[in-house]
Design a protein around this ligand. Structure first.
Ligand code: AMP
Length: 405
């Protein structure tokens, strides 16, 4: 299929050409037509699949001419909101449409200016949008298209009441587009309540997680995790690396230790001022800093290209988060590597990640690393070794504990 056959307006096709997109991605093939027809839609696709364009392109087409406050896109994090608005601006470059971007942690001045400029599209995080609504800075009564992005994440972050309140302030006649990497019951319930007879566009999460990334699990005693991280950093050749942590405190502590070990790192988590978050992302994206230490704030939705390696310093608590984290690498069909440090207590989490991936994660050990315990005792058992894509370095164990090269 070609973009030119999808019924999008010439000005939108012009921006697509300028972006250098040749063909629609699978989620775009499935989502654009029903959205153009005015149908509600549930899209299950993660970031990296081209899902932003899948909703932004037909949304811009349907808006056509300028007219205030007709589309609203809600996103769970500030970074994702920024990215969505950037995309709307790029795809709408040749249209006479205005955007507003509303998120917390910054002053109101610039946002009020944007709202006074009668924006066609509003991209917002739920909390700040509700603040503006309660102050009477805008009304949602003319919303024609409501986009709810990364809904599973939004619900995980406790936004269900905020999101529900916002939806209730929009007209029932609206078109609603719901995007979520996974569709657990909570998302399904929201969709049943907020959407009317939606079309479905599903992109299999497993394929995108496994396709271009080789995975490895590095069992290690808890007390040696940092030493193993240093050992790994010495051995791998990375261009850009993200290290993920479970907590904000952990992120701060380990990034401090890394700095003391001579590494230059930038840090991204939700306790930081928005200014510092934006700067960290800019430095990392521009390649000024090669290592980004982050909590899961960075794992969802962010379009950071050229990440060659992801290291999970902590095993993610939700198996979907594993997929999101490693989705930062191996993007745009380039190969990437994802390493997960795993202490013995983490094995049940590893188990559910392997179930989600549909493949066991190959266990690896770093040669000459002074493991305090016998490596074999650290390697939790799993059904079978994946022989696929077993690149990397160091020795590998079978899941039964026998070593093989
Ligand atoms: P997203 O999943 O929306 O975050 O998009 C991931 C990346 O894919 C972004 O850098 C987009 O610019 C890019 N992209 C989106 N659609 C296409 C397409 N049809 N062809 C090539 N790249 C695309």
């Amino acid at each position: 299929m070609k973009f030119s056959e999808m019924g999008l307006s010439p000005k939108i096709l012009q921006s697509i050409e300028e972006m250098g997109y040749e063909t629609p991605t699978p989620i775009q093939e499935k989502a654009i037509n029903p959205i153009l027809e005015g149908r509600d839609l549930v899209g299950s696709a993660q970031t990296g699949t081209g899902k932003t364009a899948a909703f932004a392109l037909p949304c811009l087409h349907r808006l056509g001419e300028h007219g205030a406050c007709r589309a609203l896109a809600l996103a769970p994090t500030r970074e994702l909101a920024i990215q969505i608005e950037e995309n709307f601006n790029k795809y709408g470059k040749f249209l006479d449409l205005r955007m507003a971007l509303l998120y917390g942690g910054v002053k109101y001045g610039k946002q009020l200016e944007q709202l006074n400029n009668e924006p066609d599209v509003i991209v917002a995080t739920p909390g700040r949008l509700l603040d503006h609504l309660s102050q009477g800075n805008l009304s949602l009564q003319k919303i024609e298209i409501l986009i709810l992005d990364e809904v599973d994440r939004m619900l995980d972050m406790g936004f269900i009441e905020d999101v529900t309140r916002i939806i209730q302030k929009t007209p029932r006649s609206r078109q609603t587009l719901l995007f979520s990497a996974t569709i657990p019951d909570s998302v399904r319930r929201l969709s049943d309540w907020a959407l009317k007879n939606p079309a479905e566009a599903k992109i299999d999460i497993k394929i995108s997680a496994a396709d271009t990334v080789s995975h490895a699990l590095y069992p290690v005693p808890a007390i040696q995790k940092f030493d193993l991280l240093i050992a790994l950093l010495k051995r791998i050749k990375f261009d850009n690396l993200i290290i993920f942590f479970q907590t904000r405190r952990g992120t701060d502590k380990i990034s401090q230790w890394l700095t003391e070990h001579g590494q230059t790192v930038c840090v991204l988590h939700s306790d930081l001022k928005q200014r510092d978050r934006t700067k960290a992302l800019e430095d990392f994206k521009a390649g000024n800093v090669k290592i980004l230490c982050a909590t899961d704030v960075a794992s969802r939705g962010l379009d950071i290209s050229n990440v060659t390696h992801v290291i999970n310093y902590d095993v993610p608590q939700h198996s979907e988060d594993y997929v999101h984290r490693i989705g930062r690498t191996g993007r745009a069909r380039t190969e990437g590597e994802a390493f997960t440090l795993c202490k013995p207590e983490d094995i049940s989490m590893v188990d559910s990640i392997e179930k989600l991936l549909g493949n066991p994660l190959p266990r690896k050990f770093v040669d000459d690393f002074p493991y305090r315990n016998e490596p074999e005792s650290l390697a939790p058992s799993a059904p079978e070794v994946s022989r696929k894509r077993n690149r990397g370095f160091g020795k590998q164990l079978t899941f039964g504990g026998r070593r093989r090269r």
